[in-house]
Design a protein around this ligand. Structure first.
Ligand SMILES: [Zn+2]
Length: 266
């Protein structure tokens, strides 16, 4: 185990001794500080462009939280946007099968509503229906099959830009989505602009351990002021999710900027 991982695990252990409310408060402060410094001082502006877009989202809500403004702006300009959900969103939090099925159905409906608000047409929304929480645990063949499904979709759309969660997003499914899509882009052998969107990164990553200043300086800020209201409505469509998130966590997704990081796939 390397130093970074052992430090990460020690910090996780330490978190068990911190009262939940206080930990939540610390995470909120930490996230807000990183966010403000990125927006105000560190990031470079990313200009709007007319490239078509594919957004890969591990769960039904990540695409809207991380890229909802960008999606809406592209759709308003008639640019093709497709969204691919990797998991079924079951959350693994219910043992009763009928409840689990209900969660999957609810989240699917919420995602269709949210994406309709943002302007994505139904035929450009894809559900790959992998088990929630399992993307890093797939066996060799299942992983190969999933990468192949992603390759086919990439070949079908030939996007100019691909968006994935940050490679260190502090959530197994999110980091796995990055890896799977990166592998698929290589297999598809296309030239594409590859960008990462942070969801849990600023909330869960202890400052300067996972996230170093040299990583932050590559950030882009993207103005979504013109579609902020639409993004807020799309977020509200995820009513089953919003209340289960830590207090304060979603605040930054209502901001007039979205943050992206450039990624490599070669
Ligand atoms: Zn997620």
């Amino acid at each position: 185990m390397n130093i970074k991982n052992s430090l990460k695990n020690s910090l996780k252990e330490l978190q068990h001794f911190i009262p939940a409310n206080f930990l939540n408060f610390l995470q909120y402060i930490h996230c807000s500080l990183i966010w403000r410094s990125l927006i105000n001082w560190v990031s470079k502006p990313l200009e709007f462009n007319h490239k078509s877009v594919m957004v890969f989202s591990p769960h039904q809500d990540d695409e809207t939280f991380g890229c909802g403004g960008m999606i809406s702006q592209k759709c308003e300009q008639g640019i093709q946007v497709s969204v691919v959900f990797l998991t079924n969103g079951s959350g693994g939090n219910s043992s009763a099968e009928y409840l689990r099925d209900q969660i999957i159905k609810t989240r699917r409906e919420e995602s269709l509503t949210a994406l309709n608000i943002l302007g994505v047409t139904r035929e450009n929304i894809h559900f790959l229906d992998q088990e929630d929480g399992n993307l890093q645990k797939l066996n060799h063949q299942d992983r190969k099959d999933l990468v192949l499904q992603i390759v086919k979709l990439i070949n079908q759309y030939q996007p100019g830009e691909i968006y994935v969660p940050h490679h260190q997003d502090c959530h197994q499914d999110h980091e796995a989505t990055y890896d799977l899509v990166k592998e698929a882009i290589r297999e598809a052998k296309i030239i594409v602009r590859f960008l990462e969107y942070p969801i849990w990164l600023f909330w869960r990553s202890p400052l300067f351990i996972l996230l170093k200043p040299q990583d932050l300086v590559t950030a882009y800020s993207y103005s979504i002021a013109s579609v902020q209201e639409k993004k807020s409505q799309a977020i509200a469509a995820y009513s089953s999710q919003i209340n289960s998130l830590p207090p304060g966590f979603i605040n930054r997704f209502f901001h007039s900027q979205e943050i992206f990081f450039p990624a490599e796939y070669q």
